[in-house]
Design a protein around this ligand. Structure first.
Ligand code: HEC
Length: 446
């Protein structure tokens, strides 16, 4: 893995060597749990607005559906506010845990990433407008429905930006070739994941409305005369079942299109466990919608519990994939960061003894410059006498004795030689002068 990362010329930024504000595991748990809570309300906001649109369109012919649309619409703005509030914790956790990855992806999808803020504001205003203008626009349904349709379209688009961004951060090897949001969209697993998310939204919304319309306090019979409580609840429960069945088809597609670098047994176990728990719940829903009306509610608690566990397993699976996929790159970043810290300590020490010309340097005699270049670029992987990541300098010197040009061309564009060593990164950025100094220094070592 390290080998592939080095070969592909993957950007390896240095980290900011600051301690995390909380123990890492606390942040991971916080990230998973708070993200899933946020996601549930995003699901409800999206699913609710899609269903409202559907019911309102249907309501142009059958008045009762317009009432149904109004009832669902009342839940959207509440769920939307909860989604936003609950989004803060996961955003902060991911910032702290994956700073470099998250910010790199943010920067690469720049404009679109920032556009989330005006888009969210716009969509929220539309949902309020839609809700509060219900009576006023009673006789201009086309306008009223258009407002909602615009909100739905915006709601559908915002998660795609998030998902593209969060997906891009997993693939530092693509950062060099990604040019903005549109090209990040073309990474192979973006759309299957998006579809997976949309389906989850419908499943969760169905479950929520099943509960919402089933509450004893809810005056269903006062508001509806033709639609029955049973029929509406049965429909939304069926929606949950249908969306869950669909998830079983999209799920494998998501897995297949995930780049293999993050797939391991730990991930497969998480996902299979999540899927296994969902199956009996789906069976219970099936029983409920095909059985006698008075028994429809019997296992609802168990269904919700099982679905919650499924979501927890799937959500943890996400985190496992992320950790698997980024592990090797994080190691490279750590090496780079350590080297950088070493350099900055050295620089600070030099500053302290500014008065005198740096005495230590002259110890290398005519090879002072070369030694410095070596220190900056090579010493993280090469030591004078022993193997570190690469072979010792003494070995280089004996291979290239009398062949400075060969040494220089290796440094610029290294080949692949030794078994069991990673690929050495190339240094095309060194100038010819620097290469001469560097080669002279290396070849001076006995
Ligand atoms: C990220 C680690 C890393 C850095 C940084 C690095 N090297 Fe290497 N270097 C290696 C590895 C690994 C090998 C062995 C590669 C192989 O044999 O395939 C190697 C091999 C070499 C060799 C042996 C070539 C041969 O023909 O056998 C030379 C010479 C060398 N490095 C010089 C340098 C110089 C000079 C620098 C700094 C400009 C440098 N390396 C920076 C990892 C590194």
């Amino acid at each position: 893995m390290m080998k592939i990362l080095l070969q592909a010329g993957v950007p390896v930024p240095k980290d900011i060597p600051l301690p995390l504000p909380l123990p890492e595991w606390v942040l991971v748990v916080l990230l998973i749990v708070s993200f899933l809570m946020h996601l549930v309300f995003v699901n409800l906001m999206l699913g609710g607005s899609v269903l409202t649109l559907w019911a309102q369109l249907k309501g142009r012919k059958e008045k009762e559906y317009d009432v149904l649309a109004h009832e669902i619409a009342k839940t959207i703005t509440v769920n939307k506010s909860l989604a936003v509030v609950l989004g803060v914790a996961p955003l902060l956790s991911i910032n702290a845990l994956y700073t470099i990855y998250f910010y790199s992806a943010n920067a690469l999808t720049g404009m679109m990433w920032i556009a989330i803020i005006p888009l969210v504001t716009f969509a929220f205003l539309l949902t309020y407008l839609h809700k509060f203008m219900w009576e006023k626009l009673e006789h201009n349904k086309a306008l009223h429905i258009s407002i909602l349709a615009l909100a739905v379209a915006t709601f559908l688009f915002i998660p795609l930006i998030f998902l593209t961004n969060i997906n891009l951060m997993l693939f530092p090897e693509k950062w060099g070739t990604i040019r903005g949001f549109m090209s990040a969209l073309t990474l192979p697993n973006v759309f299957p994941r998006y579809l997976h998310f949309l389906c989850a939204s419908m499943a969760v919304t169905g479950l929520f409305l099943f509960w919402y319309f089933g509450r004893r306090k809810y005056p269903f019979e006062e508001r509806f005369s033709r639609l029955t409580r049973y029929d509406v609840r049965k429909s939304v429960y069926t929606l949950t079942l249908g969306a869950s069945v669909f998830q079983f088809m999209i799920g494998p597609l998501v897995l297949i299109t995930l780049p293999s670098k993050g797939i391991g047994w730990n991930l497969l176990i998480m996902i299979l466990a999540g899927a296994a728990i969902a199956l009996p719940a789906m069976y219970r829903i099936w029983k409920a919608i095909t059985g006698p009306p008075e028994e429809m509610d019997r296992h609802f608690g168990k269904v919700v519990l099982a679905m919650t566990l499924t979501v927890l397993f799937m959500g943890s699976g996400r985190q496992v994939y992320r950790a698997n996929a980024l592990g090797p790159h994080q190691k490279l970043v750590a090496v780079k960061t350590a080297a950088f810290e070493k350099l900055s300590v050295a620089a600070r020490n030099n500053l302290a003894s500014e008065e005198e010309p740096p005495a230590a340097d002259s110890s290398q005699g005519p090879y002072t410059k070369g030694a410095r270049i070596f220190q900056t670029n090579c010493s993280t992987c090469h030591k004078p006498n022993e193997k570190l990541v690469g072979p010792p300098v003494t070995e280089m010197a004996s291979i290239y004795r009398g062949q400075a040009p060969g040494l220089k061309s290796w440094i610029k564009a290294p080949g692949k030689k030794r078994e069991g060593y990673p690929q050495m990164p190339g240094f095309p950025q060194l100038t010819d002068d620097q290469l001469n100094e560097l080669a002279a220094y290396i070849l001076s070592i006995k």
